[in-house]
Design a protein around this ligand. Structure first.
Ligand SMILES: Cc1ncc(COP(=O)(O)O)c(C=O)c1O
Length: 324
């Protein structure tokens, strides 16, 4: 904060470059509808400050995985993106097909075969007001980046989670993937500060909600895979897909699949607890607050679900080949 100067456009670019060289990032390509094109230099991946997504949180996003040159389950992520746009009263900059095409083309420009693709819809620049400025054009942005990575020990040894002290989002906001992640951020920071790996939201009726950027599921004492209802948490594309794929585990690994309210007391007594999401995939939880889950070791259902998901991501029928 010690620097203060009046800057030219060239100064701005060079200072953004300086920022990126002090803090390198793994962002491979960025499309902006405001630029009408793609940039590969992270110092140029910028959004106008007065875009309402920046200063009012009036924007939505979604993330799909890129595995071995193929985009996984993009249609499910686009379904959710469009639902979030509608709930947020955001105008679309083009058709679903046009947005899909830009996502695929930006990925091709990145040249990367593995990583994540995140895309945003903003209500656009033009004022510092609350409602979008007159004539504001919605912004569409696509970022191809390295993706979030988690420690290997989460999969081999399992994670430890804590009940957050932060209130769960009201259902309308929880089911909408808007850029306002303040409760999720605070929950994760709180958990890390307390020596845990992540937090869990509990709803006002005492039922399990979700984690920071992942869903939570359980295997009951009787071997039933249970997942919270999607009316007060984000409908995770990973969860929805796994609930289908898990049908193949009915012979021998699980005794049923249920989507319903899960009271905390029942959840704590479960045999297995799982975290599910596009970035974490499937990871076992071995401790919740002070209590172990099951026998305190990763269980067989978490391993079986991870195998099913990885297989689906590599060779299932929900892949789009990127035309590099
Ligand atoms: C709050 C929240 N819940 C759950 C999920 C899991 O969703 P998905 O499986 O689509 O990644 C995410 C990630 O997008 C999330 O941000």
């Amino acid at each position: 904060m010690s620097n203060f100067a009046v800057l030219s456009a060239d100064d701005v670019v060079s200072r953004f470059r300086g920022l990126r060289s002090r803090q390198p990032v793994q962002y491979w390509a960025f499309y902006s509808s405001q630029l009408g094109g793609v940039v590969a230099d992270p110092s140029l991946m910028v959004v106008p400050f007065d875009d309402h997504m920046v200063h009012r949180g009036h924007g939505i996003f979604d993330t799909a995985g890129l595995v071995d040159g193929k985009i996984y389950d993009l249609e499910a992520h686009l379904d959710r993106f469009l639902l979030s746009a509608e709930r947020s009263k955001l105008r679309l900059p083009g058709s679903r097909e046009e947005m899909r095409d830009i996502i695929v083309k930006t990925t091709a420009v990145s040249g990367r075969r593995d990583g994540s693709i995140r895309y945003w819809l903003s209500s656009g620049p033009g004022s510092l007001d609350l409602t979008p400025a007159a004539g504001a054009e919605p912004g569409f942005f696509v970022m191809v980046f390295a993706g979030l990575s988690y420690p290997e020990r989460w999969y081999t040894d399992g994670l430890r989670v804590m009940t957050t002290t932060y209130p769960i989002k009201a259902p309308l906001y929880a089911i909408t993937k808007a850029t306002n992640y303040l409760p999720n951020v605070l929950m994760q920071m709180e958990a890390k500060q307390a020596g845990f790996d992540n937090g869990v939201f509990i709803d006002s009726d005492g039922n399990v909600g979700e984690s920071s950027n992942m869903n939570v599921a359980f295997v009951t004492r009787t071997g039933v895979l249970v997942h919270p209802k999607f009316d007060h948490i984000l409908a995770g594309c990973t969860s929805l897909r796994l609930l289908e794929l898990a049908q193949s585990l009915r012979q021998g690994v699980i005794n049923g699949i249920e989507v319903r309210d899960i009271p905390v007391a029942e959840a704590r007594a479960s045999r297995e607890m799982l975290l599910l999401g596009s970035s974490i995939k499937v990871a076992p939880v071995i401790q919740w607050d002070a209590q172990p889950i099951g026998d305190g070791k990763p269980g067989p259902v978490s391993k079986a679900l991870l195998r099913l998901l990885e297989e689906d991501m590599r060779s299932g029928d929900r892949l789009i080949a990127v035309p590099y």
